[in-house]
Design a protein around this ligand. Structure first.
Ligand code: SAM
Length: 264
């Protein structure tokens, strides 16, 4: 199977599980609110794209029940695998290069995935193709260029260091082909893909223990890459991790743009 290469944050590392837990705490309430509004219920057929961990998949499974179907795909299914029991089917799948894993879905959802996929356009087309007429697409993606700071309140050297390292993280993502202004484009891209009733909104936390956990896991995961690229020293990273561990840095995330629409 051909896989899109270039994904910076490999799911094989221990920190990936901590990152997925933090995403669940930070973003599941927003995601679930949107999907509830679509009217999800027993019998729905859902495709969860780039599932990552098990939280969204397990929630969908409860909503659709035994008469429904949840297909959870990812290039690396190590963390979603724990949810693999009916109605959930977990499959290794690259949304940027492969045909959809089925058709006639009532809901297709991808969160924080497309920004990392080199052929985002093809991925989006594939997701729309997989919907039944009237089916809903929900795409949620970051827009780090809209709010680039890890510490929006940059009042001292700890916060300056945090924002410098965040800048380094963004450089690594951009080098791997991530579109750092992707989130804002979603409403236009969904309309161009032929969807109707397109709407979008943004959410980001400004201070939360889950932001600290996410930052700590992310920095530990990309430490070597930051150092190798000359974007930070090991001392910078140790100091930053100690600052984050105080729990008083008021760390934010990039805005997550949620955009949704209906197939004609
Ligand atoms: C930042 S994580 C988000 C995980 C999950 N959607 C969430 O919101 O918690 C990105 C996920 O996308 C997956 N991914 C990256 N490129 C992909 C591709 N081309 N096709 C499918 N999944 C991909 C990664 O393996 C990872 O699990």
């Amino acid at each position: 199977m051909t896989r899109s290469d270039g994904y910076l944050l490999d799911n094989q590392q221990d920190e990936a599980g901590q990152r997925f837990d933090a995403f669940a705490t930070l973003f599941d309430p927003t995601t679930f609110r949107h999907i509830e509004r679509f009217g999800i219920g027993p019998g729905w057929r859902c495709w969860e794209v780039g599932a990552g961990g098990a939280s969204v998949v397990s929630w969908l499974a409860k909503k659709v029940g035994p008469t429904g179907r949840v297909v959870a795909t990812d290039i690396d299914t190590s963390w979603a695998a724990s949810a693999a029991r009916p109605p959930v089917e977990v499959r290794v799948h690259d949304v940027g290069t492969e045909e959809p894993p089925g058709e006639g879905f009532d809901l297709v959802h991808a969160r924080l995935v497309l920004v990392h996929v080199p052929d985002r356009e093809r991925a989006l087309q594939s997701m729309v193709k997989a919907l039944r007429p009237g089916g809903r697409l929900l795409v949620e993606d970051a827009d780090p260029a809209l709010q680039p700071l890890l510490c929006p309140d940059e009042y001292g050297p700890e916060q300056q260091l945090a924002n410098r390292l965040r800048n380094g993280f963004r450089s690594l993502l951009a080098e791997r082909g991530a579109d750092l202004a992707y989130g804002r484009k979603l409403p236009r891209l969904l309309r161009q893909a032929g969807l109707r009733g397109v709407e979008a909104e943004a959410y980001f936390p400004v201070a939360s223990p889950a932001c600290d956990a996410l930052e700590s896991a992310t920095i530990r995961q990309i430490r070597d890459q930051l150092v190798t690229a000359g974007l930070a020293t090991h001392q910078d990273i140790d100091r930053h991790l100690a600052n984050v561990a105080t729990g008083s840095m008021d760390l934010a995330t990039a805005p997550m743009i949620s955009a949704w629409g209906r197939k004609g």
